[in-house]
Design a protein around this ligand. Structure first.
Ligand SMILES: Cc1cc2nc3c(=O)[nH]c(=O)nc-3n(C[C@H](O)[C@H](O)[C@H](O)COP(=O)(O)OP(=O)(O)OC[C@H]3O[C@@H](n4cnc5c(N)ncnc54)[C@H](O)[C@@H]3O)c2cc1C
Length: 378
């Protein structure tokens, strides 16, 4: 076996697909039975589309709503609407979306084995040894795409577990007429939890509603989420609403994402947007980088794997430096930032450009400064 991938999320499925397409022998191990559930609201910013290894017709089948409007609020008040003729966000259900990606990886020749949990990896020696609940495997390269509590990251001494956020999410069934109000629109709310956001995402027959805090990780309860739902006037029965709690990593400045022949991707690498908690884009971006670096290493020698951490830093984390600084400022003075930043007439265009990928976070500072100093100039 050339490459062993751990985890069947968007990172693992994408890297397995790309490497199998490149002609390498790839095996993917997943601890759950597939298709598996993943606590996630399934909002994909439009700029993610080119990173998704699915033919158009398969991708379109996954999309439950195409978002053209984002409605921001501060504790349910003071709405600001971001609108665009171009799609801003695609709504998917993660169990189905991830399964489509895995099916595509298998179609390209990757061997997918579910119900096998990886316990640890040992990179010393000519091949990386991988211990699992069903025996031992060995491969020239191992890719850890096993999520926020990554066993692979722990094994190579690179877990960033002290920096976790926590989210509660509810799937709220809705009648078609009640859903109509949210068609094509997502809600984003600030100010309910410290360093946190709330969201309302429409799916075909329900709303995914969630609340996340990066600092208040203990001591808050699902009742806080119910309060948030009530604030949106959503008609729900707490006893019949499925609520999930889940941890999220947050990029906190780490700069190494591999050790010898073991690479970390997506949540396992801790590369999640430090402001919004969104991680599918970075998971897929890291997978594409891993495909290029591993392919190169198979041609030119394993020391080329060193380039993986450098590229993640340059192509993903450089943007996160700006996001992290913005998040720190924004959440230290959330109400003021909302008034000055989000309610600024120029914000709408900036937010739309960030979601569609025609602007990087590094450009936001200059744009916001211009908008604050001369708000009426184009
Ligand atoms: C409540 C919530 C809402 C979110 N909403 C959004 C959103 O709307 N948009 C967005 O972009 N991001 C969102 N995120 C973040 C997003 O879900 C993650 O960033 C994304 O799933 C990361 O993908 P991944 O492939 O790295 O890991 P995952 O999707 O977590 O996949 C990891 C896989 O590895 C498997 N695994 C774990 N341990 C082992 C092991 N030891 N052996 C074998 N297999 C293992 C798991 O079962 C899983 O299938 C949300 C997160 C939460 C918690």
């Amino acid at each position: 076996m050339d490459v062993l991938v751990v985890g069947a999320g968007p990172a693992g499925a994408t890297v397995a697909s790309g490497l199998a397409q490149a002609g390498l022998q790839v095996t993917l191990l997943e601890k759950a039975q597939l298709p598996r559930f993943k606590a996630c609201s399934g909002g994909l910013p439009a700029k993610v589309r080119p990173l998704v290894n699915l033919p158009d017709e398969v991708f379109d089948q996954q999309v439950e709503d195409v978002i053209h409007r984002v409605k921001f609020t501060y504790r349910h008040q003071d709405p600001v609407m971001v609108e665009s003729e171009d799609p801003l966000v695609y709504m998917v259900r993660r169990d189905r979306f991830d399964h489509a990606l895995i099916t595509e990886a298998a179609r390209h020749g990757a061997r997918i084995l579910d119900g096998i949990e990886v316990v640890g990896v040992d990179p010393a020696g000519p091949r990386v040894r991988v211990r699992t609940t069903k025996g031992e495997f060995a491969a020239r390269v191992v890719v850890g795409a096993d999520g926020v509590h990554s066993a692979v990251a722990r094994s190579i001494g690179q877990s960033g577990h002290e920096k976790l956020g926590f989210a509660f999410q509810a799937e709220v069934p809705m009648s078609p007429s009640a859903l109509e109000e949210w068609r094509g629109t997502v809600g984003g709310d600030f100010g309910r939890l410290p360093h946190g956001i709330g969201w309302v995402f429409p799916k075909s027959d329900h709303l995914s509603v969630g609340l996340l805090s990066f600092t208040q990780r203990r001591g808050w309860k699902r009742e806080e989420l119910f309060e948030f739902l009530r604030g949106h006037d959503l008609n729900f029965n707490p006893d019949r609403t499925r609520v999930y709690g889940h941890f999220l990593p947050r990029w906190h400045g780490q700069n190494r994402f591999h050790e010898q022949n073991v690479l970390l991707l997506g949540d396992a690498a801790g590369i999640v947007n430090p402001m919004t908690g969104a991680g599918v884009e970075a998971a897929m971006r890291s997978a594409h980088i891993a495909v290029e670096v591993i392919r190169d290493a198979f041609w030119h020698g394993d020391d080329r794997l060193e380039r993986y951490s450098q590229r993640i830093l340059r192509e993903i984390c450089r943007d996160f430096l700006d996001v992290r600084a913005m998040a720190k400022l924004f959440f230290s003075f959330t109400h003021l930032s909302y008034q000055v930043g989000i309610k600024n007439p120029k914000f709408s265009k900036i937010a739309a450009r960030l979601l569609t990928g025609s602007m990087d976070y590094s450009e936001v500072w200059a744009e916001m400064l211009k908008a604050t100093v001369a708000p009426n100039r184009n």
